[in-house]
Ligand binder design. Structure first.
Ligand code: FAD
Length: 265
């Protein structure tokens, strides 16, 4: 079983500040970390490998410094890592990002076919949750999003059974392999890194691939390949405290109508 996990390097949003003058993220204020959802995706892939055998490969797109997230994944038990890094990738929106990652996955799967792809549910900086589904669509494979439990991976039947999180419970879904899964944090508890994995990570150098290695179309990446653009980023102004209306249904309706009319709404 060859499992591939997409991992993104993100600024630690618990530390990041917004520049009040320019309303942009002051990225220098925050350390770069592995997207927390992606740590859980790697952990799940490693657990499946331990159960059914196989190999875990991680893939990231980012600047050369993103090598660090791949080393982190080696510490967590991944076997191999690829970094897609090229100036031509800069400024890519989610459409272009999913194109570049899908191209990278195609290159890796030509060497060794991929049975299962994991992504985080979302990245804590971009927050769109679009990249995983975008990759699945481009590769023409089923997607199982918001997965909170991988119940079984049946290598003989080439099937996976999962629980997808819903607002009011969960849905049990069975999919044929290969497929793409996006994970919730509750899917597992992270384990401590082992000493051998830490030593291996310290020496590990991932394979770095650029635009020409992927045979990718330059028009579909970077700013040129990104139909969306961010027109403004701002910190929302603080809202006043809310008020809870109490009483019977009739009393609440009366109070509400009074309050709305006082405000000329
Ligand atoms: C409208 C718009 C314009 C943008 N413009 C720019 C820009 O000009 N310059 C710029 O640098 N960025 C830009 N971005 C941000 C960039 O598009 C996103 O960082 C990137 O596409 C990933 O999207 P996301 O963070 O929402 O990931 P999500 O879709 O929330 O991530 C889900 C999962 O996909 C995988 N994933 C996501 N990104 C990567 C990655 N890079 N490598 C490996 N796996 C990954 C991870 O498993 C992750 O958990 C823009 C975003 C938007 C929405």
């Amino acid at each position: 079983m060859h499992i591939l996990v997409c991992v993104k390097q993100v600024p630690d949003t618990t530390e990041v500040r917004i520049d009040p003058e320019t309303n942009t993220l002051d990225r220098s204020s925050a350390p770069a970390i592995i997207n927390p959802y992606d740590s859980h995706a790697v952990e799940e892939a490693v657990r499946i490998k331990e159960k059914v055998g196989g190999k875990v490969t991680v893939l990231s797109m980012g600047p050369p410094a993103a090598v660090e997230v791949i080393k982190r994944c080696i510490m967590l038990g991944a076997d191999e890592g690829y970094l897609l890094s090229d100036r031509a990738f800069a400024g890519s929106d989610t459409l272009a990002t999913s194109y570049i990652l899908a191209k990278g996955i195609e290159v890796i799967s030509h060497k060794e076919p991929i049975d299962l792809i994991f992504c985080g549910k979302q990245a804590i900086d971009g927050d769109t949750a679009q990249v995983g589904p975008g990759i699945a669509r481009r590769l023409g494979m089923p997607q199982l999003t918001y997965v909170k439990n991988v119940v079984d991976v049946d290598t003989a039947k080439r099937e996976v059974q999962v629980h997808r999180k819903l607002d009011d419970g969960h849905e049990v879904v069975v999919s044929k392999l290969p497929c793409l899964i996006t994970v919730e944090k509750e899917i597992n508890d992270l384990r401590y890194e082992s000493l051998p994995n830490m030593l291996r990570a310290a020496r590990y150098q991932p394979t770095i691939l650029g635009m020409t290695d992927l045979g990718a179309d330059p028009v579909k990446m970077g700013l040129k390949g990104s139909p969306t653009s961010v027109s403004r980023i701002f910190a929302p102004s603080q809202r006043g405290e809310g008020e809870i209306l109490k009483g019977s249904e009739q009393e609440i309706i009366k109070q509400l109508v009074q309050k709305l009319s006082q405000r000329a709404i």
